[in-house]
Design a protein around this ligand. Sequence first.
Ligand code: ATP
Length: 458
Amino acid sequence: MANGAHLLLVDDDDDLLRLLSMRLSANGYRITAVGSAEAALARLSIELPALVISDIRLPDKDGMALFQEIRSQYPALPVILLTAHGTIPDAVEATTLGAYAYLTKPFDAKILLDRIAQALALTAPAATPADGDDGWRAEIISRSQAMAELLAEARLVAASDASVLIRGESGTGKELLARAIHRASRRASAPFIAVNCGAIPEHLLESELFGHVKGAYTGAVTSREGLVQAADGGTLFLDEIGDMPLLLQVKLLRVLQERVVRQLGSDTGRPVDVRVLSATHRDLDAAMAEGQFREDLYYRLNVITLTLPPLAQRREDISLLATRFLQMLAAKYQKTVHGFAPDALEALTRSSWPGNVRQLYNAIEHVCALATAPLVPLTLVQRALRVPTLEVLSYTEAKTRFERNYLVQLLKLTDGNVSDAARLAERNRTEFYRLLSKYDLTAADFRDGNPVADERQE
Ligand SMILES: Nc1ncnc2c1ncn2[C@@H]1O[C@H](COP(=O)(O)OP(=O)(O)OP(=O)(O)O)[C@@H](O)[C@H]1O
C-alpha cells in the first residue's frame, strides 16, 4: 500500500505531469508536481519527499544535473528517471551512479507503480510504535511485520515477571531482545546481568553464578558474591543455557524454586529476587530427549517462549539494518559514505545470511573500511559477501585457465607421477609432457620430497 508516501514529480511535459499525478494520487500517493529542475530543487529544500520521479531532459538545468545534485545533497533519496529513446545511455549511466531505476517513455503505469513500491520498501523508515514510547527497544532496528509482532509480544511479556526463553539462531539478536525486555520491565532501574553459560568453564561457572566464601576451594582467598546475587531486584540473563552442565542445572533449579542463593562453602542462604531470561540457539527438546537438559528446569525457564526469526525470513529488515550500520560505522571511522547503490542494496537483501544480523554487521564493517566513494557499489558488497564477481573471459583465456587448472589437479592427485596423470587424462606421456611445458608446470613440484623414479622428461 502507498500509505500516502510523498512523491515529487519533475517533468516539463504538462500533459504527462497531469496524467501521472492523477494515476499516482489514485494509488494513494501524495504528489507534488513541478515542471523544472530549479523548481524541483526549491521544493526539496522545503520538504523532502520519499521519492523523486524525474525526466532526464529538462529545460533549465538538465535532468542529469538535477539527479547528480540530488545524489550529492540527499544521498539516501531514491530517484526514478524517465527517459526517451535518445537519452537511454544517460539513464544507464545514472543507474550506475545510484538512480534507483529508469523507465523509457512511453512506459507502463503498472511497471512504474511496481518500481515506486520497491524503491520505497528499500528505504522505508523503521516502524515507530504508536505511543512514541520506544526507548526500551531503541537499539533494535527493524521494520518487518515479523519483528513488529515479536516486539509487541515482548512488550507485554516485559510487564509480567514471567521467565522467558528466547530462541533463535546465533546472531539474531537474542541478547539485544533480553536487554530490551529488561528495559521495558518494572526492574529497569535494577541491574541486568548477562552470563554466557557456554563460555565459562564448568568449574568456574558455579562460583561465578552463586559466589563463594573464603576458603571454599583452593584459591578462594576472599569471599565473593555470585552473579545471581548481583542481579537481585533486576534481571538475570542466562545466555546459551543449553550449554549449562547437568550438575549446575540442578543447582540453578533449586535457586529458582527456593529464591535463595547459597554461596559455595556456605551453609546459609540469602534470599534473592531475580527475573530470569534465558536464550539458546540449541534445540532444547532434542537435548532433553538425549538427557542433556533437565525437563523440570526447562519448564521453569520456559514459561513464555519468544522466537527471533532468522534474518533471511525478514528480508525487509536487511536494507534498513545495512543502511543504519553503514551510517554508524561511517561516523565511527570518520568516512564519507552515505549509502549503497541500489544494486548493492539488492545484493545484500538477497544474500542468505546464515550468521544473521551479526554477519550483516561484519559485512558492512568490511564494506565501510574499503569504501572510497560516497555510494557503496555492488562490487564492494560482492567482495564482502565473497560472491565472485562475474568475469567475462575470452574463449581462449577461459580454455587456457581450464587446461592449466586441470593439469594442476591431475598432478596433485597423482603426487606428480606423470605416467599416472597421463593415463587419467587418456593421453600418452609425450603429449602430456608437452602440455606441462606449455603451462610451465614441472611434475617434480608436486612430489612430496621424493622424486618418482620413472619420471624423467623424455
Ligand atoms: N535488530 C537489530 N538491530 C540492531 N542490531 C542488532 C539487531 N539484531 C542483532 N543486532 C546486533 O547483532 C549482534 C548480535 O546480536 P546478539 O548478540 O543479541 O545475538 P544473539 O542471538 O544473542 O547471538 P548468539 O546466539 O551468538 O549469542 C550484536 O552486535 C547486536 O547488537
